[in-house]
Design a protein around this ligand. Structure first.
Ligand code: ZN
Length: 378
């Protein structure tokens, strides 16, 4: 009942999910003893890779063993100039064996291949091979939201420079404050936490469809009463009491990632997809969407919550057999492209809107991840 109890689940997703990635990493940790690179090498890399970004040439990625999900997520990373500016400054591992298993390095190599190549698409084979060391397998239908988190955590773990890790965190991390208030004695506890994506339910607690992205956002930050079997133990009252649980938005990053929870888990472990119509805007002012009570931020922070849509990772097909592609608006050209594995074509905003979904087209394309980019201050 994932969608139905969407809000109860919030707390579970608050911490940056690392578990699977971390486990995989422990296994390769022995190989990971990288030395600080000599500076000369570092600089050489900058001169090789620091050419320019995709230079208005959008390059495709060949599908190697059901890698459409990875390809879509990678394109969203690569088209983000703020991200590539960080990636370019990584320390290059010293030894070939270390290079093979370094996700940041393999991503940088791939980006460089995409920029340098004259061909319309390149093979992400070395990166795919590298990721297999971290249990990101080929020929498996991945969940784009999970894969995004996995990649991000691997990048963060393997970028050796603390300042780059800090920049990566700043670029993507959403800060929230969780409030838990006893409804008998009104004592309240607060806890700050961070998330990489906002996992928005697309149905409310009565399984009614939320009509717009803005409705999903408001619903996500709505307080929730914990009563009956959901009651919590209150230390003041010395017993289980009803609580009011709420989450307030504290800070939004440069790149805001929204995960529309369209995959619905029924009790039978059968997952089905919610493909109904759910529009999202090209321009999003989060401070205008949320109420005063749903925020814990000053005016200058809230003034910076103005976003433009930058990317959409869309899923088509069923949960067991599907396909991903990415719609991305070039930050330099400001034109939309559809990245469908090796095929890249320029598209219109109307084409992007086709990912709003349709309740009668269960196999149709639906937006699954949304990436918003903070606007420059006016
Ligand atoms: Zn109490």
């Amino acid at each position: 009942m994932e969608q139905r109890s969407g809000r109860q689940e919030r707390s579970k997703e608050l911490e940056l999910p690392v578990s699977e990635t971390m486990k995989a990493e422990e296994e390769v940790q022995n190989n990971e003893e990288e030395d600080e690179e000599p500076k000369a090498k570092d600089q050489k890399l900058t001169s090789v890779f620091g050419v320019a970004d995709l230079k208005n040439r959008a390059i495709g990625l060949y599908n190697v063993g059901l890698s459409c999900c990875l390809n879509s997520v990678l394109q969203v990373f690569f088209m983000n100039l703020h991200f590539t500016a960080i990636l370019r400054r990584i320390i290059v591992p010293a030894h070939p064996a270390q290079k093979r298993i370094s996700v940041p390095y393999q991503m940088l190599l791939l980006l460089e291949m995409m920029q340098r190549g004259k061909q319309k698409a390149v093979y992400p084979s070395d990166l795919v091979c590298c990721l297999s060391a971290y249990k990101v397998k080929l020929f498996v239908q991945h969940d784009a939201a999970q894969l995004f988190l996995t990649l991000w955590n691997l990048l963060k773990k393997q970028m050796k420079k603390p300042e780059l890790v800090e920049e990566l965190r700043d670029l993507y991390t959403i800060c929230v404050q969780q409030h838990l208030a006893c409804q008998k004695c009104y004592s309240e506890t607060k806890r700050n936490s961070s998330m990489l994506t906002l996992p928005l339910p697309v149905l409310d607690s009565n399984s009614h469809i939320l009509k717009t992205l803005e409705d999903c956002l408001r619903y996500f930050f709505d307080p929730e009463e914990l009563t009956d079997h959901n009651m919590c133990f209150c230390e003041q009252c010395g017993k289980k009491t009803p609580f009011l649980q709420s989450m307030k938005l504290v800070h939004l990053p440069q790149t805001l990632t929204i995960h529309l929870k369209r995959f619905c888990f029924e009790q039978s472990a059968y997952i089905h997809k919610l493909s109904h119509y759910l529009p999202f805007p090209q321009e999003l002012d989060v401070s205008a969407v949320l109420t005063e009570n749903q925020c814990q931020a000053d005016d200058s922070e809230k003034a910076a919550w103005k976003y433009e849509l930058f990317g959409v990772v869309a899923h088509s097909g069923s949960t067991s057999y599907g396909h991903y592609c990415a719609y991305i608006r070039s930050l330099t050209e400001r034109k939309w492209y559809c990245f469908n594995d090796s095929e890249v074509r320029q598209v219109s905003w109307d084409d992007v809107k086709c990912t709003y979904g349709h309740s009668k087209l269960h196999w149709g394309q639906t937006a699954y991840l949304l990436f918003y980019m903070k606007k420059r201050p006016q």
